[in-house]
Design a protein around this ligand. Sequence first.
Ligand SMILES: [Zn+2]
Length: 109
Amino acid sequence: MTNEEINKKCCTILGMHWHEDMPSELRPDSHMLCKVCGTAFTGDHVINPNFCDDAGAVRLLREIKKQRWYVEFVIFLWDLKDVDMDTYDYIIAPGLLANKLIEWKEGKG
Ligand SMILES: [Zn+2]
């Protein structure tokens, strides 16, 4: 799974909007628009959260904490048994918290 796919899945789980590039024939010359919400961005592409780097892991944790299922997810993290990692490793290793969030959500069916 690419980082973009991971980030998009996390946004869906968190109820956050994922911006999509407007096709070039439909957008103004000077900036990019989201084809879903119309938000304008400078540059060639829309900007979405990146939960797979250090700063993104902190933002992801902040977004998870806003969710009503926050405690349920934290219990899932605490219950993971891995000889090489403890719960905090899942939080501080870039990208791992995002992967665990997807694994937890998909495991719930
Ligand atoms: Zn948008």
